[in-house]
Design a protein around this ligand. Sequence first.
Ligand SMILES: Nc1ncnc2c1ncn2[C@@H]1O[C@H](COP(=O)(O)OP(=O)(O)OP(=O)(O)O)[C@@H](O)[C@H]1O
Ligand SMILES: [Mg+2]
Length: 239
Amino acid sequence: MSAALIELSNIQKTYGSGEAQVTALNGVSIEVAAGELVAIMGSSGSGKSTLLAIAGGLEKPDSGTVRVNQRELFSIAEKEMARLRRQTIGYVFQDFNLIPSLTVIENVALPLELDGVAKSQARRSALEALELMGIALVGKRFADEISGGQRQRVAIARSIVGSRKVILADEPTGALDSRTGESVIRALKERIDAGAAGILVTHDAKNAAWADRILLIKDGVIVDEARTKRDLNELVKNV
Ligand SMILES: Nc1ncnc2c1ncn2[C@@H]1O[C@H](COP(=O)(O)OP(=O)(O)OP(=O)(O)O)[C@@H](O)[C@H]1O
Ligand SMILES: [Mg+2]
């Protein structure tokens, strides 16, 4: 078995203090290997986005370790962490996080440009990713001049542009109709098959069925795992 690209070990995360304290994650461990897609399902507030944010180095856990591409995230210098995130991790935010003052193409090209890729090459790669998402036609519009579903696809294009090894997608089809959603997941899966490791947070069992493993999270604890369609059908009953 190949070494894991994502390794979360015994992650604990609490928000707030006193009476307002919420335990978002309570001892979560996950490993995802190259070429593997893991789906996370669970009801609203169960800790899915928190888990993804920690895996992506956007939130620091209270305890536990996070390794991405064999590097321990919160023990390296901030600048190095930023570079690791930029070069290795494609992140699809639940609320897209596009930059409204940039065009669609500029948004998608940005991570490559920040990484020193020449502007023309970055734009070419961006356009390819947008074509894959079926939205190359809106490339020249500003990110706040397109529909919600188009925005979501731009966010996904930005996560798969270049050849980053880790893709973390938070509910990436929430704003899409089922056919568009399926084509997006299919494109994501192609990147995984090409050797990336992915975590897909989803409420949709049809999306989850594309994953190699499906984990069910409940109140910050992984309580179930499915590897087959039949297991998935059982798991979904408990979401
Ligand atoms: N910044 C924050 N400050 C305080 N509490 C937070 C914060 N972020 C998340 N929480 C709490 O942590 C718990 C887990 O939240 P999280 O966003 O991970 O849930 P989720 O599973 O992604 O939910 P959803 O399906 O609604 O997106 C919830 O109780 C939430 O209210
Ligand atoms: Mg969430």
